[in-house]
Write a protein that binds this ligand. Structure first.
Ligand SMILES: [Fe+2]
Ligand SMILES: [Fe+2]
Length: 328
């Protein structure tokens, strides 16, 4: 991490990286998740060009094997640190991330084929590699910290599938898979690509994943636990923010070129959000819309944060932020 940071700093002196980007790295290393998230939001809202996003990918590379999980493993095994409820909630949330990373790796392939421009295809190819790295990061965390004993990533995923909820399955195996399948059958269907990008980059990544991650990272930071995981997961989220930046840019351009695409985005949000937000709710809670988490925050805080994040992305795309109000 130190080496790549110094290298980045050196390149910044050569004028290759803006001050804004350098300060994003400073903020990331600072470890205050709300600072990280609001900074990443500002970058997304600025709707950078594809070239800029590709350059960011080139400069923000990391290695999923570089994080030290030894303190994490000791802490996870120590039952004086966690309540049984906290452990159950963490396993539910992190399993959704682990399985989600595999799903988005695989389902992105037809998006990359269907994207009309070279710059878009190059970015999406870089994103496929990011998502694969995220999946490998979680696979390693499950083995080294949570004690998973699977021989392969497939086996590990199969075991953790028991921990996720039905809405997650509906969102990834139903809605996202159908979008990818439509693009697989007809890569020239631009409207299908607009729908797919709305589901993938705006709802799954921009609204759900970044929100879920913010609450997990905030809780672990307050407890000062799982430092290796926090470091790695923060890097995952910087990548996610770049992916959301692509989605915002793609949809802003699509809407500018054809204002009817606003309707396609709006319709997709209406279909996806009511299922999507329930991916946050553990299957065992009595009221899936109204529950207290074992980390001391209420579900309403998560729903509110998610809708605020979505509104910001919609505004950056040239949509009414109120289009976010279809879910809650
Ligand atoms: Fe990811
Ligand atoms: Fe992503």
């Amino acid at each position: 991490m130190t080496t790549s940071y110094s290298a980045t700093k050196a390149r910044a002196h050569d004028g290759e990286i803006s001050d804004e980007e350098l300060s994003a790295l400073d903020v990331l290393l600072d470890g205050d998740i709300d600072k990280v998230m609001s900074h990443l939001d500002r970058i997304v809202e600025a709707a950078p060009s594809y070239r800029r996003l590709i350059s960011r990918w080139d400069n923000q590379g990391w290695n999923s094997e570089s994080f030290d999980f030894s303190r994490d493993a000791e802490e996870w095994a120590d039952d004086s640190i966690w309540t049984a409820e906290q452990k159950r909630f963490m396993i539910f949330s992190l399993s959704e991330f682990f399985l989600g990373e595999e799903r988005v790796t695989t389902e992105l392939l037809p998006f990359a084929i269907a994207a009309p421009d070279d710059d878009q295809r190059i970015f999406l190819a870089s994103q496929i590699a990011d998502e694969a790295r995220h999946c490998v990061f979680f696979d390693r965390f499950y083995r080294e910290v949570l004690g998973a004993e699977a021989d392969t990533i497939t086996e590990n995923l199969e075991v953790q599938r028991a921990n996720i909820n039905d809405e997650f399955k509906q969102l990834f195996d139903g809605i996202l898979h159908d979008c990818a399948d439509e693009l697989r059958r007809d890569p020239s269907n631009f409207e299908a690509l607009v729908r797919g990008v709305t589901v993938y980059m705006i709802v799954i990544e921009g609204t759900l994943a970044l929100t879920g991650a913010r609450f997990i990272l905030r809780s672990l930071k307050e407890m000062d636990r799982l430092p290796g995981f926090r470091d790695g997961f923060t890097h995952v989220n910087r990548d996610e923010s770049r992916h959301v930046g692509f989605g915002v840019k793609f949809l802003a351009d699509a809407i500018k070129a054809d204002p009817r695409m606003k309707g396609v985005v709006q319709e997709t949000l209406s279909e996806t959000l009511p299922v999507g937000v329930l991916a946050f709710s553990p299957p065992w809670v009595e009221d899936r819309f109204d529950f207290e988490t074992p980390f001391g925050y209420h579900s309403s805080e998560m729903f509110e944060y998610a809708m605020k994040s979505l509104s910001k992305k919609l505004a950056a795309m040239g949509m009414e932020p109120s289009a976010a109000q279809v879910a809650v």
